[in-house]
Design a protein around this ligand. Structure first.
Ligand SMILES: O=C(CO)[C@@H](O)[C@H](O)[C@H](O)[C@H](O)COP(=O)(O)O
Ligand SMILES: [Zn+2]
Length: 196
């Protein structure tokens, strides 16, 4: 089994090395951090969503902004669409495809930002949320893992981090992107330098 551990970690390392060589993706991270910072500067809100592990990432992202990341600083208005009552009501009455689009319809205002996370880029509920956000004047950032997905065409800023055949490697890259985005927002809004 030890050889499988090593192979698995090596695969993860290669996926990260590929991202480090992907200048286009890194440029998109900077663009996305600018969008988020502008939104917070004007007291807007950021809404995040995804399915399964990507919902966990959406919640992780939001809590580090509304709660705490590396240091104490003012709370930032980030909300993950993880309300079980909303998801079950909307899923039951309107269909699972509508759970996130209806959330953004309820809360999203012009100047807000939606972060949609989907490793395949083809989850219908995330796609519909991005479409509804655009109708409302809400800017959209998408984290995906497959080039040229449905979300690639829709998002204002798409950060695509391919990680191979499976969703887990993509998610591991997504969480690194998420932490980098939050770091950039804190640098911009609070002049954090994180110098050691
Ligand atoms: O966490 C994992 C796999 O690592 C799973 O729960 C995964 O998130 C689910 O299969 C999702 O439904 C996949 O959706 P998506 O990333 O393709 O939008
Ligand atoms: Zn974290």
């Amino acid at each position: 089994m030890l050889e499988h551990v090593k192979a698995s970690l090596t695969e993860a390392k290669t996926a990260l090395e590929n991202l480090l060589e992907n200048e286009a993706a890194m440029g998109k991270i900077v663009q996305a951090a600018d969008l988020l910072s502008e939104c917070f500067e004007s007291r807007g809100h950021v809404y995040s969503c995804g399915n399964g592990g990507s919902m966990c990432d959406a919640m992780h992202f939001a809590e580090e902004l509304s709660g705490r990341f590396r240091k104490d600083r003012p709370a930032l208005g980030a909300i993950a669409m993880g309300d079980g009552a909303h998801i079950t009501c909307t899923g039951n009455d309107f269909g699972f495809e509508e759970v996130f689009s209806r959330f953004i319809e309820a809360h999203g205002r012009s100047g807000d930002v939606l972060l949609g996370i989907s490793t395949s880029g083809k989850s219908e509920n995330v796609i519909r949320a991005v479409r509804r956000a655009k109708e409302l004047g809400v800017k959209t950032i998408c984290l995906t893992g497959k080039p040229n997905s449905a979300l690639s065409e829709l998002a204002d800023v798409e950060i695509c981090t391919p990680g191979g055949r499976f969703a887990d490697r993509v998610q591991e890259l997504h969480i690194k992107v998420i932490h980098t985005l939050i770091e950039l927002v804190e640098r911009k809004l609070f002049n954090e330098t994180y110098e050691v």
